[in-house]
Every structure is written in C-alpha cells, then in structure tokens.
Design a binder for this molecule. Structure first.
Ligand code: G3P
Ligand code: CA
Length: 388
C-alpha cells in the first residue's frame, strides 16, 4: 500500500531550506552540476521522495526538447543533462500484453508506422476516452511487430533539429527501462529515478489489458515496488492510482488536467466531479488518503488571462502542502508557443522565449518540482532560483 509522506513545506522560504537539506543529504552534490561531477558525491538510494532536490527537475518524456520523445536517446540525454528524474515512460500495452513507452496508444505521430506497407491495414478509427482518433494503435500490434518500427519527432514544426534523429531508436519496453535504470545507476554511481505513467487505464482495462497489475508485476520482479524505491507512479485517472495503491508501495501522484475537465474514469463510472472538485480542500484531503502528490497542469498553479498572460497564483500550492501533498506540475518547454504569452520572444514557433523567466515565476509559487522537455534549462533555472 502507498503511504503518506509529507515534506511539510509551505512556501518559498521553505522550498529553499529543503533544497539546502537535500543538497547536504546528497553528500554535498552541487545543484546544476550534471553527469559525473555530480555523481561523485550524490547517493540518493533508499531516501524516498524526501531525498530529491527541490524543486525537482523531471525530464518530460526524457529530454524531448532535443530528441524524439520516449526513446533511449531521449532518456539517456535527460540523465546526461542532469535531470533528477526521467519520465520513463508513459505506459501503454501491446496486443500480447507487454508494456511499452509511448505517450498514447496511437503511434502514427511518433513512429514511422505509416511507412510500413505491411501495417497499412491496421490503420483505423477508434473512440479513445470519448475522442474519435484515427491511426495505428499499440494494442493492435505484438511487441515483435512494434519493435520493427522506429521513433520520429512528434512536433517537427517546433523542433526541426530533432528530426535529425528520426529513425535512430526503437520503442522501449517498460522492462527495458527498469534494466536501463539499474545499468545507469551503476554506471553513474548515483541513483537514477524514473516516473512512469499509466495511460488511459480505463480504456485498456475494457480491452482486457489492465495496466496496473502489469506495472506492479514488473516493479516487484525488479525489487522496485517499495515506498523508498526510486520509481514514482502517476496517472490522470484517480482510480488507477487507487488500484496501484493496493498493489505497490511506491510514491503515487494524481495528475490533474484543466479545472473543468473530468478524469475519464469518473466519466465511465458516473462520478460527476471535475478537477475543480478535486482541488478543493475536501478533494485534496481525499487524494492524500491514497497518494503522495499531485501533478497539476501549470495553469492550475498560475492561471492565464484571455491573452495567455500569467495572472495571480492560486492557493493550490499552499492547499496541497497543507494536506501533505507535493506538487509536480507539467509541462515547461522552451519554445514560444508553449510559454505564457508574456514570456514569448517574437512569434517563431521553433524559437525560444524567456523560459528562464517562466521557470522563475513558477518556482516562486513553491512547487516541489516540474516536468520539463528541457531539463538543462530547468536545472540552470533552479540554480538561479536557489541562489536568489
Ligand atoms: O506526466 C506529466 C505530464 O506528462 C502529463 O502530461 O500528457 O505529457 O503525459 P502528458
Ligand atoms: Ca506523462
């Protein structure tokens, strides 16, 4: 069962104090120092959530700002850049029940499947969490078939340079990730953390491909199903986290989309609550009964106005901390279209805006960490933030 773990921090001053403690606890490793220099002093093994530097920099889908997402190229680079945790990976199943790392079951946008004539007949339209979706779906492929595909850049208009790496890597399995985590931990002399997410759990359970038992079985097999294991589990569906809470002891995080949205499991079960209900004191207290944190969209931390500019922070950080929940919002990206309007520079879709300014503003709210496609930027921003 998951157990409650609070860091008891409530504000910016507390963040900095905790960060200092984390640095000392990590053998004096200096924040912002990536790779071997940092590894020399840092040993997080067995420390649980409290051993992570705060604000924690989480490599979103690896270092997906620089490599096609959810590939070992992306995961490896995230570690090389110094990410504290790698989001390896978003998990979806194959037809024969293996877990693979893709952001969603449809793989037309992130692999070269369209170039494989042998799979042309697999293209179809399905209703995925209420949304008609056309393409190729992992649940229609065996693992052997998926392994013949190669990953490509999802958003070449924003990341044209990443297309250099199209075709270089295959689709990782979750089991490969768990082995890679151990190899990298040994090689770097520093505990590598991962942050897998169960994707569309209700959709897959209805197909007879339940995710949580498969995740738990692999975590158990590799001895990573404990409260202090360096594996945080996340899901947008609260019932998936509740199910995991009964299967494993890992830290658990409930992801939260926009305030007016409803988790898909709530839709399926007729639970009328929206995310707005889940972030009330009552909703947060309930989440704290089975999870250790929340992963809100950044807009729940600082809403934007009609022009896309940041406004005033909400009370979510303080409210969540009061219930002992950490916050790991998503997702910080350097390119203009993904930044708040007041942090953009020009209008080019592949140009960077004032990402450091945006990181600084979000860190100042007291968040415990952030998912980012650009972990190197996040680490420098943290260094600036910590040093005031
Ligand atoms: O898992 C945090 C963040 O990744 C949630 O968004 O859609 O990128 O999985 P998504
Ligand atoms: Ca994710």
């Amino acid at each position: 069962m998951g157990t409650q773990e609070s860091n008891g921090q409530t504000g910016t001053t507390g963040r900095r104090a905790l960060l200092g403690a984390a640095v000392l606890g990590a053998g004096g490793a200096v924040l912002g120092m990536a790779g071997p220099a940092r590894a020399a002093g840092a040993q997080y093994t067995g420390g649980g959530l409290k051993s992570l530097p705060v604000p924690t920099v989480i490599g979103h889908r690896g270092a997906s700002g620089y490599r096609p997402e959810h590939t070992f190229g992306s995961y490896q680079l995230a570690l090389d850049l110094g990410a504290d945790i790698v989001e390896a990976g978003d998990l979806v199943p194959t037809r024969d029940g293996h877990l693979v790392c893709r952001h969603e079951p449809e793989i037309g946008g992130t692999t070269d499947v369209a170039d494989h004539p042998e799979f042309a007949g697999r293209k179809t339209t399905k209703v995925l969490d209420g949304v008609p979706t056309t393409g190729w779906f992992t649940e229609d492929f065996t693992l052997g078939e998926l392994k013949t595909l190669r990953a490509i850049e999802r958003i070449p208009a924003n990341r044209p340079h990443n297309t250099l790496y199209d075709g270089r890597w295959d689709i990782p399995t979750f089991e490969e990730v768990l082995k890679w985590q151990d190899e990298q931990t040994r090689k770097r002399g520093k505990q590598v953390w991962i942050y897998p997410e169960t994707k569309h759990p209700t959709y897959f359970r209805k197909l007879g491909l339940g995710l949580e038992e498969r995740v738990a079985k692999l975590l158990h097999k590799y001895g990573k199903d404990r409260r202090t294991s360096p594996v945080i589990l996340q899901s947008f569906e609260p019932t998936s986290i509740q199910r995991l809470n009964k299967l494993v002891d890992n830290p658990l995080v409930v992801l939260l989309s926009g305030a007016n949205s409803r988790p898909w499991d709530f839709v399926e079960t007729g639970d009328p609550r929206t995310v707005a209900d889940l972030i009330t004191p009552k909703g947060l207290r309930e989440i704290a009964g089975y999870a250790q944190g929340i992963g809100p969209t950044l807009d729940l931390v600082i809403p934007k106005d009609a022009d896309g500019n940041l406004t005033t922070p909400t009370t979510l950080v303080a409210d969540a901390h009061k219930r002992g929940l950490i916050l790991h919002p998503y997702t910080m990206r350097n390119e203009n279209p993904f930044l708040p309007a007041d942090f953009r520079k020009g209008t080019d879709a592949d140009a960077y805006g004032d990402s450091f300014g945006a990181f600084r503003t979000y860190f100042a709210t007291g968040i415990d960490g952030v998912f980012t496609d650009n972990p190197d930027t996040g680490l420098l921003a943290r260094e600036d933030f910590v040093n005031g």
